[in-house]
Design a protein around this ligand. Structure first.
Ligand SMILES: N[C@@H](CCC[C@H](N)C(=O)O)C(=O)O
Length: 287
């Protein structure tokens, strides 16, 4: 029998980025890539990212989170999912300050009526840290051979790692490229050995960006918290904006502050949809 059966799930979203929280604390159950793909296909558990909660590994943290994309790939960071988990644990326990842990490190969250703020830690910009498959001294703009989708309007992205890899293409018009077509090619470009999340970003003022994201392992989503962080720090790094910006995604705005101590603070909503228990019918039968 699948050890996930009868575990609690909570369907949430962060600005329309669909999040499924599966609470596995107190058990040794794990979500496999196949389990994740099965749950992602069902209407009641559909998700862009699944946040699996496990018993804490570090004193003072509320849970260790494994994060899976809809294609079953496991990743180390998800901004919208982290806000959702913090809001859920705040609802469950009454705590307002919640520390969570992922493979990428600790995330301190503050849950307030106006939204959830997550300290997303420090960005990394070294070419090997992104990671890229070629050495670049300056990752504010890298040379990318794009081939058939090359156009003067889309070139030389900024790259950043905020727990996961991102490439940000600066454009004047977010519709200049069909991201549903270009996204998969760019996500799987040989420059990105671990694939990458791909954003089109438009600077609208010194304090504002608009963003469209093709997510690694999930495709076009209504919002991506880590992409908003990566775009904000890249915009500040390239002097396009200051360090306190509103990033507006198709699902709505996030406030991103890149503090002087190098930490990125992301603030935005977390929305509850419905909850239930996982059942046997949700998983393919073992042969
Ligand atoms: N939607 C997320 C990012 C999820 C992970 C990403 N697709 C990856 O593979 O790195 C967010 O809100 O940050």
């Amino acid at each position: 029998m699948n050890a996930l059966i009868d575990r609690r799930y909570v369907k949430m979203n962060g600005l329309g980025n669909e999040i499924l929280v599966v609470d596995l604390r107190g058990s040794t159950a794990r979500v496999s890539a196949e389990d994740a793909r099965a749950l992602a296909r069902r209407p009641e558990t559909r998700f862009d990212q699944l946040m699996a909660l496990h018993d804490p590994r570090t004193p003072g943290t509320a849970a260790f989170m494994r994060i899976l994309n809809a294609d079953g790939s496991e990743v180390s960071a998800c901004g919208n999912g982290t806000r959702c988990v913090a809001a859920l644990l705040a609802r469950d326990t009454g705590a307002r300050e919640i520390a969570l842990e992922t493979a990428a490190g600790l995330l301190n969250c503050v849950v307030e009526s106006g939204g959830v703020t997550v300290d997303m830690g420090r960005p990394r910009f070294g070419w090997a840290e992104i990671p890229l498959s070629e050495e670049f001294a300056d990752t504010r703009a890298i040379e990318l051979q794009i081939g058939p989708i090359d156009a003067p309007l889309i070139h030389s992205p900024s790259v950043a790692n905020v727990g996961n890899p991102h490439a940000i293409f600066w454009v004047d018009d977010l519709d200049v490229v069909d991201l549903s077509r270009a996204g998969p090619l760019l996500e799987n470009h040989p420059m990105f050995p671990e694939r990458a999340n791909i954003s089109l970003a438009r600077v609208t003022s010194r304090e504002a960006l608009t963003l469209k994201v093709w997510e690694r392992g999930a495709g076009l989503t209504l919002a991506c918290g880590t992409a908003a962080c990566a775009a904000a720090v890249s915009a500040a790094r390239t002097r396009r904006t200051g360090r306190d910006v509103t990033v507006t995604l198709p699902g709505g705005p996030l406030r991103i502050v890149w503090r002087d101590d190098d930490h990125i603070l992301m603030t935005g909503p977390a929305t509850f949809e419905h909850e239930g228990r996982l059942t046997a019918e949700m998983f393919p039968r073992a042969a």
